[in-house]
Design a protein around this ligand. Sequence first.
Ligand code: KG4
Ligand code: ZN
Length: 335
Amino acid sequence: MRVLGIETSCDETGIAIYDDKVGLLANQLYSQVKLHADYGGVVPELASRDHVRKTVPLIQAALKEAHLTAKDIDAVAYTAGPGLVGALLVGATIGQALAFAWQVPAIPVHHMEAHLLAPMLEKTPPPLPFVALLVSGGHTQLVKVTAIGKYQLLGESVDDAAGEAFDKTAKLLGLDYPGGLMLSQLAQKGRANRFIFPRPMTDRPGLDFSFSGLKTFAANTIKNNDDDNQTRADIAYAFEDAVVDTLAIKCKRALIQTGFSRLVIAGGVSANQPLRLKLTKMMQKQCGEIFYARPEFCTDNGAMIAYTGLIRLKTNKNNDLCVTVRPRLPLSALT
Ligand code: KG4
Ligand code: ZN
């Protein structure tokens, strides 16, 4: 059984084909980063227009890469939300139209469920149950996963997502959008202990996060210090260290609360090296296990949509034929 996956929720057009016996047969990705760079963030209208230009050629490229034709595809999965509505509509409309033309099921996929399941694409997939830390540009959530499709939200950010805080702080440091990776690279040249940032909401019980204060703390630190390269690197280091430490403290709490010994990290920020390192050490110390996807499957991609579509197809869920997309879509809406 082969599923074509279409991802157009934000600024990446991702197309992939997943085969339940062979695995990933094709994976095409086009990033719009250059298109939005001058604006310092994603411009929704430009994103939609570019998805219109890129989606069909990338589908053709994916079929070619897999040496397949339309008749070899058993279902078409597309991201239905959360995301930018105009961008989502491009993938949803093309996905539904292709499914109708090819007379196969169309499968709407939840973007965050796809992130959560992305580590399943790796050689050693995480066994159930586990705690998932979802850290992307729009979300920071801790989720108790007892079965595929059974997601209990344990905590989430009350303001900015971790990726958003990375991007906003990167901008303050004069880095281009999206700045998460660049901030992390700058932090490698930074020194520990020159600046110490707070660990928000770790001094009280609970599993919620708050990251907007860190961005303000960074802005004040930048204002009150010289603007030289070493200072900028030291600030990047202190900011990253605070985010990583805060996420680790809450992951540990979630594992204690659930009694689970497996941690899955997913979403764009899970590509962050210091975060992976810190959580790996923490899980080793606790005799637990950690799972994450390769960096290109942490950020937005079509492979996770095709894979999630396949899982949904097998469990016979969500095969309706109306085109609906939702900019806000809680994981708990899934059945
Ligand atoms: O999951 P994703 O590709 O898109 C959303 O669904 O939001 O996540 C994008 C976010 C951006 O905020 C980006 O700066 C951040 O992930 N990111 C990183 C790294 N790579 C991507 N943040 C920190 N370190 C990284 N290496
Ligand atoms: Zn994403």
